[in-house]
Structures are given as structure tokens and as C-alpha cells.
Write a protein that binds this ligand. Structure first.
Ligand SMILES: [Mg+2]
Length: 257
């Protein structure tokens, strides 16, 4: 028997540092090539000095251009061209060796549940996100019809979970209303992932598999250091069990007589 749509959980996966590890080199190169071509900038130190974790593609491009002395009206005027050229020139190569260990098995397990819907919240422009996941062999777990929230939707990550909830609601809920925040979980690897979840009022589980160690992710509902801990943290929320911060604590303590 299939469940009522309102019973289901919407999981919003980040890509870089969460599903895939160290898989963004060719992506950064595509952003850089587009900026060189469209704006004529050329000092590669601008790229090397640019933080990227948890940021949207448009935000990364803007920061590089500001550092190069380009003003915001010029950046805005050419933002669509930069995005289009970035997507056109991106060549992911084979990313199957970059899947975060155990995450592929976890995605498959969650896909089999009738109370889980899997989608994306990533700073990647959508075409890049889709091609990156396809190149890693994970694209099949994220149906384009369910949508997601992408760097192509907004330059500020905090707005992306709202896009993903609206699209999933339109695709799967009988009344087409946005997916309820209390049935939505963001999974990501940076403080920016946590901040975007807080802004949208959804749950958030952080993974310390990207550039940020667990102690920098403590504002999340739970922090996992590998796929096994992530599975436990997700199932604790989905199955309605209290996540335990102390793994030595028994989930079913004996009640003293
Ligand atoms: Mg990330």
C-alpha cells in the first residue's frame, strides 16, 4: 500500500563534499574559463584564493569578479552568459571514484523506502549538478521531475531549500503545495548548508566528509563522520526516534524494576 504523500520525507542532498568528494576541479575550471571569456580577467590567483565550499556558482563567480575589480552592474549584465558558458564548457570526466564511501548504498536503501523522496540542494548550476551526478553514477537516484534547488535558481544558498520544497510539492503532492518544512531534511557538509536549512525551517544533518571537521558543524541537528553514522542519523529522524548524541547509550535502556 502506498503512503499518503504528506507522510513522506523529502531529503535534500548537497553534492560537493557530501555525495561526492574532491570532484569539483573541472567544475571550478569551467567557471574560470567562462569568466576569462566573458569578462577578460586572467590572474589565476583570483581563482586559487576563492573559497567555494557551500557557495553557489553565481556567488563564486561574483566574488572572483569583484576581486578582479569588476563592478556589480557589469557582473549582473553578464551573469546569464557566464552561467551558460560555464554549463557548456563543463566536462566532468569519470567521477565514479569520487563517490563518498557508502553513500551510493545509502541512496539505494533510501530509494527503496516508500516514505522517502530524494532531491537536491546544491550551489551548482542545475545542468552541472545533473551531469556531475551522472558522471559519478548517481544521477538515477534524483529524478529531474522532482526538481531540487540549484545555484541557477538563486545566488544565495539560503533560498534554495524553498525552491526544492516548492518543486517537490508541485510534482508529488495532491494539492501541489510546497513540501512541509517539518518533513524535509537538508544533508550537507558546510556551515552554509546548515544556515540554509535554518533559514527555511527544515531539519539538517551535517556530514564531516567535506572540508569542515565535525566541530565546525555543531549547529546541525546531528553530525555524521561517515555514511554509517549518516544512515543512523537519518533513520533516527525518519523513523521518529530521538537521535542520541552518545553512541554508547542504549536506544532501549532497561527500566529499573
Ligand atoms: Mg558541499
Amino acid at each position: 500500500m502506498s503512503r499518503a504523500p504528506d507522510d513522506r520525507w523529502l531529503l535534500l542532498w548537497d553534492i560537493d563534499g557530501t555525495l561526492l568528494l574532491k570532484a569539483s576541479g573541472s567544475h571550478a575550471a569551467a567557471v574560470w574559463d567562462a569568466l576569462r571569456e566573458v569578462h577578460g580577467i586572467g590572474d589565476e590567483r583570483l581563482l586559487k584564493n576563492q573559497p567555494m565550499a557551500g557557495m553557489t556558482d553565481g556567488q563564486i563567480a561574483r566574488d572572483i569578479l569583484v576581486a578582479a575589480g569588476v563592478d556589480h552592474p557589469q557582473i549582473d549584465a553578464h551573469a546569464d552568459t557566464v552561467a551558460a558558458r560555464t554549463c557548456e564548457t563543463y566536462e566532468p570526466g569519470d567521477l565514479q571514484g569520487h563517490v563518498s564511501p557508502g553513500v551510493d548504498v545509502l541512496l539505494a536503501e533510501l530509494h527503496d523506502r516508500d516514505d522517502v523522496v530524494q532531491s537536491l540542494v546544491t550551489g551548482n548550476f542545475e545542468p552541472i549538478a545533473r551531469r556531475k551526478l551522472d558522471a559519478a553514477g548517481l544521477g538515477g537516484w534524483f529524478a529531474p521531475e522532482i526538481g531540487g534547488g540549484f545555484g541557477s535558481d538563486h545566488e544565495e544558498r539560503r533560498h534554495l531549500p524553498g525552491f526544492a520544497r516548492r518543486r517537490a510539492g508541485e510534482a508529488l503532492r495532491a494539492d501541489g503545495t510546497p513540501w512541509p518544512p517539518e518533513r524535509t531534511i537538508v544533508i550537507g557538509d558546510t556551515p552554509r548548508d546548515i544556515a540554509c536549512a535554518r533559514h527555511d525551517g527544515v531539519h539538517v544533518i551535517a556530514v564531516a566528509t567535506g572540508g569542515h571537521p565535525a566541530d565546525e558543524l555543531q549547529d546541525a541537528d546531528a553530525v555524521a563522520t561517515d555514511a554509517e553514522e549518516l544512515r543512523a542519523a537519518l533513520l533516527a529522524v525518519i523513523d521518529g526516534r530521538e537521535p542520541s548524541a552518545d553512541p554508547s547509550r542504549s536506544p532501549d535502556p532497561e527500566v529499573p524494576a
